[in-house]
Design a protein. Sequence first.
Length: 338
Amino acid sequence: MTTALPQRQRAEQAMRRQWFPVARSADLATPQSATLLGQRLVVYRTESGKAVVQDARCPHRGADFALGKVHGENIACPYHGWQFSAESGKCSHIPSLEDQCKIPPQAAIKTYPAIERYAHVWTVLEEPATELYAPEQWSNLELDWLAATPLESPTGVAVAIENFRDVAHFPFVHEVSMGPSKHVVEPLNVKREGLDIWMQRPLDAGDGDWANDGDCMMFYHCVAPGLASITYDYERLGKRIVAGFPSPVAYDEVKIFWGVANERDYKGLGLEECLRIEEMVYLEDMPIAAGIWPREIDWDGVFVEHSVPADLFTLNYRRAFREFIERANQPVAPQVAS
């Protein structure tokens, strides 16, 4: 008799097949340490400019490659100098060995897919269930991205995403950054297609720093499990973006990679100022989010929750996340030899 797995476990398995950021592109002058769903990784750039993600543990005596050095297209262990190929992960040089033909043939580290996008390096631990996020509304925009300092949060990916785009908490959490705002939330204009959820809402600038460029339309877009963004569309200034990509260190702990982008000819605030203002908002959220219990969405229905119309985006995101769980738990199609 087969026992069905709890949804929590299925969600965790599903995320192993999802792309997540593990480092900022700007930090790759030296190897960077990362942890994704408990897997310790090293992220670095080779001499030719390629971003690489590999297991962090040296198979010789267990040292951390994040403390090592890059030599051309290889990374060297900080302990005994063993070098491993960025391409294949195989050991390519052992300094203590006189005859390099005697390198242990099984000495290798796992290399993961790596894509640079939105000023970050992304990877996936297992066969990806979906392609890396590429929102259509950005496809025709020439954007300059600025990656923010990542934030640590004792929450799961879904809790972090829900916090990013929830609008009913503004009057209570963001009174300083956004200024006073209405308690009653108007009927929300929400649409979902598969893993994508959209919402548009006018921004009344008010007197908060958050809206120094004035009124605009805000286009919210989330993709389950881990992309949340707002595209601000100013009639006279152009478009700017804030986007969050929470990356699961563990199932219920995230490192929130995020950043801002401006159209190349944006006539409003510069990237640095946009980032400063959006960071004010994020930092107001952090202590509240840290106290949410359970730390990740209760997919198995253990805790009682009540919802109201202001939660319409949240409810659609949860439906999209459940669809992602189902997709990512489908068996991986076998590779056909060519």
